[in-house]
Design a protein around this ligand. Sequence first.
Ligand SMILES: *Cc1c(COP(=O)(O)O)cnc(C)c1O
Length: 404
Amino acid sequence: MKPFKNAETQAIRLQHERSKNNEHSVPIYLTSSYVFEDAEDMRSQFAEEKEGHVYSRYANPNVEELINKLAALEGAESGWATATGMAAVFSFFGAMLSSGDHIVSSRSVFGSTHKLFTEIFPKWNIETTYVDFDDYEGFADAVKVNTKIIYVETPSNPALDIIDLEKLGEIAKAKNLILAVDNCFATPYLQQPLKFGAHVSIHSATKYIDGQGRTLGGAILASEEIISKVKAFARHSGPAISPFNAWTLSKSLETLHVRMDRHCDNALEIAKRLQQHDAVDSVKYPFLPSHPHFEIAKKQMKSGGGIVTFQLKSGLNGGRKFLDALEMFSLTANLGDVRSIATHPASTTHSKLTPEQRADVGISDGLVRLSIGLEHVDDIWEDLEGALNVVVSAGAVEGALEKP
Ligand SMILES: *Cc1c(COP(=O)(O)O)cnc(C)c1O
């Protein structure tokens, strides 16, 4: 079938070939291995002279369908899917780097990625230099003779910092480096890093790609050249995604554009209403004109995404009070779900850091992260407004809430 012009159609119609049963929805190929026609077929497939399926750690029809759709959405030549987002991050670096290599990364990266950079890769003599997300000269200056990869997250989790991909693409090109982007918050519907000079787009499919909080998954989208290295590494180190999860994620992609449009509409409206509330010091959302990098966000993203963060005037205690006062929002570690979710990084995911370390990655004590779901926007607001009012009245009564 010829490729369709629009990504939305690709995500729906790029289906695995029908079986002889002529099913409409693709079946789940829950098989660990595949049979060969004869001895010669077996020999040639093992020798990689002939295309085919040998073993599901290497290839599976559901996984291929997921990869083909994601590659089409990202405008990438090829891809690889993994059991989790972190398996994708790890497989990418594992495939591309050797002992003695060096990474330049933006400072605010996902917590487990930070652990890889600071605790796991150093065991293999792979070092990382962090640069502030908006210090473009700093990125160029941090490059050493052994640097192989520039790595960034944009928008970043949870600070929602926006990095100019075109600028970094130019730096990567001038220095002959690979630019890899964690594209989890934007999804391939809102942002295609490869169009701006990045070489690799990495996803935690656990978030918006599933979108319904059911499965874990990850993917790496890049050129054939890079993916052939990822393949050689991942086939033997084994981060394969299960066919069931790949099927779930491939089906989810059929509705990604519709879900993301609503996530973005709801999030923008909530960000605007939060700005008006007395308990709120400041609101951050990529498509609010008050975001410090609104213009960059507009240039490289179709819309602002589903995550909104805001700063309570009343710091750590205010954050905890706010979470306790919410009635509908789920308090859970995931994001990108149809259900709205609230987290308070300073008292949870980042509680082990000192306030200074938190400030370095853009997390103040009163920061609340909202993953705005697909409930009616008025119901979302009613829950938020109620909890904010509780924070205001608690502050007035106790008069003892910390100031940030
Ligand atoms: C969740 C997340 C990951 C890790 O993905 P898992 O599927 O949980 O392994 C990586 N990067 C970002 C930005 C994330 O939000």
